[in-house]
Write a protein that binds this ligand. Structure first.
Ligand SMILES: [Zn+2]
Length: 56
């Protein structure tokens, strides 16, 4: 019998990313599932790759 696992059931959809917003220097929160980050201050949404490129 196959075991069904919901990948979203245990994953915390938000993770505090160790990056700052490119617009306002606020803290970014990452949506790990969607590979996106959102700023807690100005609500700007970035692609994770965009952030990595900018702060690498
Ligand atoms: Zn911001």
């Amino acid at each position: 019998m196959a075991e069904f696992e919901n990948p979203y059931a245990e994953a915390n959809p938000f993770a505090r990313a160790h990056f700052d917003c490119l617009r306002c220097d606020g803290k970014l929160w990452e949506y790990a599932i969607q590979k996106r980050m959102v700023c807690e201050d100005c609500r700007a949404v970035f692609r994770s790759g965009e952030i990595f490129d900018a702060q690498a």
